[in-house]
Design a protein around this ligand. Structure first.
Ligand SMILES: *Cc1c(COP(=O)(O)O)cnc(C)c1O
Length: 371
């Protein structure tokens, strides 16, 4: 029996589409601006070691990940001159690992600047870094008082070559949100105050679509590379990357009133058929999709009935012919009829969470890789 025969569910990842999406962003921002790639969380769950080489072959020269271990993993598939930046920055004791693997930390606080400058002094080296300014997220980054301190005492950066000054937007997916302009202005003011000879970067996926004012010297697209919609109130300009299909394990004919699944939350009243598919919340199908999501068989929507179990999901297939919904047949969960963003909306979350929650049990197939 082959892995294909055994597989309960199939995840197909189109690396060619990721690369096409990166090129679309690169062309959109034009030659004066570098298109980097955000490949944190294993390329949003899709497999960094398979996707990153494709992006590098297409010309991407700067990659962002969240953690040092993610950086070490992609460094293995990237030449040393390609920049790998660590968004979380250095934790105490981590500087040597960063340097060993040629990883560039994003420095988010005066403490992190102190750690990196201390390591530069201790080793007598000059070290590259990105500086992150907080312009309104109250998350990572130097706030206005910290920027003022740094501007007043440039010696804090002794031994550090700042290659990028960056910030991150809170509301960029809402085109008309007043916070967008406020953060843009704050970024211009704070980066001006620092006056460092570094390139500047403000834009992640949705920010890029706010227009050229927001592009600066480098953009940091993540979600768009994986086919998520950066402009939720408009049609998705990105190519689809992910397809997910699950097999039907069993089809139950119901001819007397009965309930489906844990908690007996769904009742079948008349005659009907329920298909049991081989994936559940352990595979990233959120429990919140119970009695609300749907799958697709041969173009026909089949509603989820009952709660999502760990390994199983039940669909009402009464409207389909028995030969369409039979054991072994496939139900589309993500694909041409239902984007990851649609599944997310149905489950009360965002496409980012759907992708990063995709489970480890799928038979994963990669298409369009560079060989
Ligand atoms: C995750 C992240 C990005 C990418 O965001 P997308 O919305 O997925 O494009 C860019 N910059 C920072 C600082 C991030 O944390």
């Amino acid at each position: 029996m082959t892995a294909y025969d055994r597989a309960p569910a199939f995840l197909t990842i189109d690396v060619g589409a990721v690369v096409a999406n990166w090129r679309l962003i690169r062309d959109r921002v034009g030659p004066g601006c570098e298109a980097a790639a955000v490949v944190k969380a294993d390329c949003y769950g899709l497999g960094a070691e398979r996707i990153v080489p494709g992006l590098a072959a297409a010309g991407c020269r700067t990659f962002f990940v969240a953690t040092i271990d993610e950086g070490i993993a992609i460094r293995k598939v990237l030449p040393r001159e390609v920049t790998v930046a660590i968004l979380g920055g250095p934790l105490p004791g981590a500087a040597a690992d960063l340097a060993e693997h040629a990883l560039t930390p994003v420095l988010n606080s005066l403490d992190q600047i102190g750690l990196w400058a201390g390591y530069a002094a201790a080793t007598g080296s000059r070290l590259k870094a990105a500086l992150h300014l907080d312009t309104g997220m109250s998350r990572l980054g130097l706030d206005a008082p910290a920027v003022a301190m740094l501007a007043a005492d440039p010696a804090l950066l002794n031994g550090i070559d700042p290659i990028l000054v960056m910030s991150h937007m809170a509301c960029a997916d809402e085109t008309g949100h007043p916070k967008n302009r406020q953060q843009l202005t704050a970024f211009q003011t704070l980066s001006g105050q620092l006056g460092l000879p570094a390139r500047r970067s403000l834009g992640a996926s949705s920010t890029i679509f706010l227009g050229p004012d927001y592009h600066f010297d480098l953009v940091r697209p993540g979600a768009v590379l994986y086919g998520l919609n950066p402009t939720p109130d408009q049609a998705n300009p990105m190519a689809a990357v992910v397809a997910l299909h699950a097999r039907i394990l069993q089809v139950r004919d119901v001819d007397s009133p009965m309930t489906v699944g844990y908690g007996a939350t769904h009742s079948v009243r008349g005659k009907g058929r329920v298909a049991v598919a081989a994936l559940g919340y352990a595979d990233g199908v959120f429990r919140s999709l119970g009695n609300s999501g749907f799958g697709v068989i041969e173009g026909e929507r089949v509603p989820v009935v009952g709660r999502i179990s760990m390994d199983l999901t039940t669909f009402d297939v009464s409207a389909l012919a028995p030969e369409q919904a039979r054991p072994g047949a496939l139900i589309e969960i993500i694909g041409p009829h239902q984007a990851a963003d649609d599944l997310a909306a149905q489950g009360g979350t965002i496409g980012y969470e759907v992708l990063t929650a995709l489970g480890r049990r799928y038979l994963r197939t990669y298409q369009g890789e560079v060989v």
